[in-house]
Design a protein around this ligand. Structure first.
Ligand code: SF4
Length: 285
């Protein structure tokens, strides 16, 4: 059977764990009241966990305007734009804020450091966290994924501040900062908004990828941080399989390996990772 090197950082991050605990507490508190419970958007990017909560009666709201008074609404770890929070308050819902403390910190930093400075935000423009972060800026904003997108956009005489989506790569952020600082003549405050959990998880995936023949990444296909783990493994020239559940494992391919690596995204439950590990460890030679 292949030896499995499992990452200690695989599975729920602090923000996701906290958000799910808040949802669980709400479910047990309101079980007798039979109140309507909704999450605004998917609580995490994992279809199995979402199906489990749907079966418990947790609904999913996409538009805050459609919230009904008296219902309970959980804001997920990514946070929401300010105007969404205002709408929910106006609607008279019971609001449970499960915004990750690290995303909250990024929102506060952006609010504090913009105003006299325009915001340059390194991140995915359509990502819900990024949309939320932008709403905290007190100035003009620019979102970019590649430095080339800023060519011709930076104006001499204007002042800027640099921030990043929490899950971006730290070394790339440093490279971007150095480049922009040189272009802007050395004057560019940089906000510490990257979550170390992501860096540690990527670093561990990178270390493990060096020691194995194949990497297994477990997590939702729509989870950005899970997909990035697969890219980290690929950047080491190692083949990588991305599965959501143990049933999807390509067993013959895995059986042919002596050592395989195992990691998982921040929204992957521990029992799903355990199941994958059991299945791989149970393979006969
Ligand atoms: S990855 Fe980091 S910032 Fe994002 S929810 Fe998890 S702990 Fe919070």
């Amino acid at each position: 059977m292949p030896k499995v090197l499992r990452a200690a950082t695989a599975g729920f991050c602090m923000g996701v764990d906290l958000a799910l605990k808040k949802l669980e507490r709400l479910l047990s508190e309101q079980a007798e009241a039979a109140a309507d419970i909704y999450t605004l958007g998917p609580i995490i990017h994992n279809p199995q966990v979402l199906a489990m909560y749907a079966a418990k009666g947790v609904g999913r709201l996409e538009d805050p305007e459609s919230a009904s008074p008296g219902s309970s609404i959980v804001i997920r770890a990514h946070g929401v734009p300010r105007h969404v929070r205002r709408t929910l308050r106006r609607k008279g819902v019971y609001l449970v804020d499960a915004t990750c403390p690290k995303v909250k910190k990024a929102q506060k930093l952006i609010e504090t450091y913009t105003g006299e400075r325009n915001l340059l935000l390194y991140g995915e423009p359509d990502h819900p966290e990024v949309v939320g972060l932008l709403s905290y800026a007190q100035s003009e904003t620019m979102v970019f994924q590649e430095l080339s997108e800023l060519s011709g956009c930076l104006e001499q005489g204007k002042r800027y501040v640099l921030a990043a989506q929490t899950t971006q790569d730290r070394s790339e952020y440093t490279r971007i900062y150095e480049d922009l600082r040189a272009r802007l003549g050395g004057e560019l405050p940089v906000l510490d908004t990257i979550c170390d959990t992501t860096r540690q998880r990527q670093q561990e995936a990178s270390d493990i990828a060096d020691q194995v023949e194949l990497m297994i990444v477990v997590g939702g296909r729509s989870s950005g941080n899970t997909r990035r783990l697969a890219q980290v493994a690929a950047s080491h020239g190692k083949p990588c399989v991305h599965v959501e559940e143990a049933e999807e494992l390509p067993l013959e391919r895995i059986r042919a390996c002596r050592v395989v690596g195992l990691t998982a995204g921040a929204s992957t439950p521990g029992h799903v990772i355990d199941e994958v590990e059991r299945k791989v460890a149970g393979l006969e030679e």
